[in-house]
Design a protein around this ligand. Structure first.
Ligand code: NAD
Length: 519
């Protein structure tokens, strides 16, 4: 199968300094069009989060390997950037079909490495696929501007041109979608791309690379390295890398933004979140509670756009018991089990952290309405499971509110008025997403104008924009000034050249030097 061909080939590891007797499959590097075994002596285990079994190993690429990957990107840039835009478009037209054809296989690998349910994993691939589909409109997206006859015989026009080698650093929670926000947009603009997937879930990126090769992307246009801090520092420092796209935590994102910018690179950094769902008493109750529960607990809360905080305004606080009943009914199970609503967290450390944050909420005076800490998943006793958890009567100073939990925990605050709810949201440093549930247009309009948040849903709980728009998180959820995908993505991955030309008729030749500043 495709998986075996690029990722799961069982080559035992033999390295210079350390010898691994285990034959768990190793993740390859992808350099100059070849899937190659790293010579590294440092490897990280990949686990199935539902069982904690080791299912593979991923290398921390050596300096030599990382240098070879950038060199390959740089060499390929010379021809790829000169390849006609129609040819680049054709590669991505073929690519989107290959992703569709292999969607289920990629999703299975995501469930294995990341833990989310199969249906959710298919959504992960699908939302990335939509970016690839949009990238196929590059012939319109890359159009420049023109203005004829600025003065006699003079025209000005602009080209949007690629930057060179670009790099992407991805998180664990969307193993397909987020890499697909990165290299297809970068490459279709004519850049070549160095990708570093999350070391926890590298499999999907490797499959996607194989499919891109099958779609006709020339050797060296995409290279993949693996690793953690050293790989990230390498990307931030290497002078041939002109732009970095990062998605992940604030700690890493701010660091990469600062280090990359200091080295003169463009950096776009999408980071953590605390997304509030405001429930007005006039909302459609059934619809709202279902939306809220789905968006809080889906993917075990491991989405940057998870609706992890509910703000119940006025009388809507009476809906809490029904909210709890709905959350209680969700089925926690391994992601590949039929009927699973949510799967495990990514690691035992993540589970421990989430449990500690729940405990801190209780200690600070919140009410534990639903406790998922001791959830029992039959047959998967070693998995990193936490069941749906609701903390009510939460106040903004509590740690369970100030920190991004990134687990299946809904914290519930109360407000007397819409103004109070808006103040709560604007006081929170994050600005990724927010939603309001109401049947009143004026209320919704006041909310959208009043909140300082980059992505807003009106009766839409997870308002992640489709790729003809851009992903526009703000404040502490974003560093940089040009967003991911859509027109913004094309702007990020291109620079402008402005050409001013004058084609005079022969009889209009200047007769003396023009020494004055032209006006
Ligand atoms: P993470 O920051 O731990 O890892 C992201 C990437 O950075 C990985 O490739 C990792 O190897 C690297 N990395 C991690 N720590 C580093 C460090 N100290 N220095 C340099 N590199 C480092 O994030 P994660 O746990 O994989 O992902 C979860 C986070 O991502 C959450 O905070 C979530 O909100 C955020 N996220 C944001 C968005 C968004 O679009 N705003 C989307 C998805 C996830």
């Amino acid at each position: 199968s495709l998986v075996r061909s690029v990722l799961r080939s069982k080559i035992p590891l033999q390295t210079g300094r350390v010898y691994y007797s285990s034959t768990v499959p190793t993740t390859k590097l992808f350099i100059e069009g070849k899937f190659i075994e790293s010579k590294s002596s440092e490897w990280t285990d990949i686990h199935n989060p539902a069982t904690n079994e080791v299912i593979g190993r991923v290398p921390k690429a050596t300096q030599e390997e990382m240098l070879a990957a950038v060199k390959s990107c740089r060499k390929a840039f010379q021809s790829w950037s000169e390849t006609s835009i129609l040819s680049r478009q054709q590669v991505f037209l073929r690519y989107q079909q290959l992703i569709k054809d292999n969607l289920k296989e990629i999703a299975k690998l995501i469930t294995l490495e990341q833990g989310k349910t199969l249906a959710d994993a298919e959504g992960d691939v699908f939302r990335g696929l939509q970016v690839v589909e949009h990238a196929c409109s590059i012939t319109s997206l890359m159009l420049g501007e023109t203005l004829p006859s600025l003065t006699k015989d003079m025209d000005t026009y602009t080209y949007r041109l690629p930057l060179g080698v670009c790099a992407g650093v991805a998180p664990f929670n969307f193993p397909a979608m987020i890499p697909l926000w990165m290299f297809p947009m970068g490459m279709v603009c004519g850049n070549t791309y160095l990708m570093k997937p999350s070391e926890r879930v590298p499999g999907a990126t490797m499959l996607l690379a194989k499919l891109l090769q099958d779609a006709g992307a020339p050797d060296g246009t995409l290279n993949i390295i693996h690793g953690q801090h050293d790989a990230v520092n390498f990307i931030c420092d290497h002078p041939d890398i002109k732009a970095i796209s990062f998605v992940g935590s604030n700690q890493a994102g701010q660091y990469i933004y600062e280090r990359g910018s200091r080295n003169g690179k463009r950096v776009q950094s999408n980071m953590g979140a605390k997304n509030h769902g405001v429930v007005m008493p006039d909302a459609n109750k059934e619809n709202t509670l279902n939306q809220l529960v789905g968006a809080a607990f889906g993917a075990a809360g491991q989405r940057c756009m998870a609706l992890s905080t509910a703000v119940l305004v006025g009388e809507s606080k009476k809906w809490l018991p029904e909210l709890m009943e709905k959350a209680k009914k969700l089925r926690v199970n391994a992601g590949d089990q039929p009927g699973a609503d949510l799967g495990p967290l990514i690691s035992p450390q993540a589970k421990k952290r989430v449990n500690e944050l729940i405990q801190s909420g209780i200690e600070e005076g919140a009410t534990l309405l639903l406790d998922g800490r001791n959830v029992n998943v039959k047959g998967y006793e070693n998995g990193n499971f936490v069941g749906p958890t609701i903390l009510a009567k939460v106040k903004p100073h509590m740690k369970c509110y100030t920190e991004e939990i990134f687990g299946p925990v809904l914290v519930v605050l109360e407000a007397n008025t819409l103004d109070e709810a808006i103040d709560i949201i604007n006081y929170n440093p994050y600005g990724n997403g927010t939603a309001i549930f109401t049947t009143n247009g004026a209320t919704a309009r006041k909310f959208t104008h009043g909140v300082d948040v980059g992505q807003i849903g009106i009766n839409v709980p997870i308002p992640v924009p489709l790729p003809m728009f851009s992903f526009t998180g703000s404040r502490a959820s974003f560093r940089g000034d040009t967003n991911f995908y859509g027109k913004q993505g094309v702007h990020f991955y291109t620079q402008i050249k402005t050409i001013t030309s004058q084609w005079k008729a022969e009889d209009a030749t200047l007769t003396s030097p023009a020494v004055v500043m032209p006006t």
